[in-house]
Design a protein around this ligand. Structure first.
Ligand code: ADP
Ligand code: MG
Ligand code: MG
Length: 207
């Protein structure tokens, strides 16, 4: 099925990008965390690639769910359940296929699950700071501005980029970085950064 192929192509692009960026993400996490975010993300997405290639592709929702399960069981740390568990929950929105509307529902459920599991809100210096403006911009671009999903995703990537920049001058209130208190100021959040990288790859595949 074409939609399954698209999901697999996107997964390959994301996994390749995170492998390339492993050192960058680890460097960011070494400043305000425990220097494992690059390794965590790379391990998780390589495992997801393996799992997806072992399984016969069912419908796209199944493939996405398989990715989430693989991430939960291999990333570990704070980000494993946030990335993996949220992809698992959001995958149900794709059960009727991937459309503009179901992609908005996927994005919203993904954000809601990250928020409810991690209890972080915008301004806490986490992945939520990249994700929230990206998801809000994507939804508005499709539902209000009537843009096509590709244009909407491009706008979402720009919004996520600004969200990542916003994490630098603020103090961490959630996760390991919060242990540093004011010393976390001046450092870009690793999870927000990896979220942006993933969105950039989704855009590259969609384009
Ligand atoms: P750990 O901190 O357990 O080593 P990682 O290094 O893989 O996990 O991930 C760190 C990232 O996880 C942070 O940069 C931040 O973006 C994100 N994060 C941490 N705690 C939370 C939370 N409660 N809600 C949302 N994101 C969080
Ligand atoms: Mg870490
Ligand atoms: Mg860790």
């Amino acid at each position: 099925e074409r939609q399954c192929d698209l999901v697999v192509t996107a997964l390959e692009a994301v996994a390749d990008r995170l492998a390339e960026e492993k050192e960058t993400l680890t460097e960011l996490d070494s400043a305000i965390g425990d220097a494992d975010h690059g390794a965590n993300m790379n391990r998780g997405f390589q495992a997801a690639l393996e799992k997806v290639s072992e399984n016969d592709a069912g419908d796209p929702a199944d493939v996405v769910k398989t990715i989430g399960v693989a991430l939960v069981s291999t990333i570990g740390g704070a980000s494993g359940p946030l990335y993996g568990g949220s992809i698992m929950s959001a995958s149900q929105e794709l059960e009727g296929g991937i459309t503009a509307d179901s992609s908005v529902a996927f994005a919203e459920t993904y954000l809601e699950t990250v928020e409810s599991r991690g209890k972080a809100t915008v301004g806490d210096k986490t992945m939520v700071d990249a994700l929230t403006p990206a998801v809000h911009t994507y939804k508005k671009s499709i539902e209000v501005d009537d843009l096509d999903p590709l244009e909407a995703l491009a706008k979402a990537v720009d919004a996520a980029q600004r969200g990542v920049e916003f994490t630098t001058p603020i103090r961490a209130k959630k996760g390991r970085a919060s242990y540093l208190g004011w010393r976390s100021v001046g450092h870009q959040d690793p999870g927000a950064t990896s979220t942006l990288m993933i969105l950039e790859e989704l855009l590259a595949v969609a384009a």
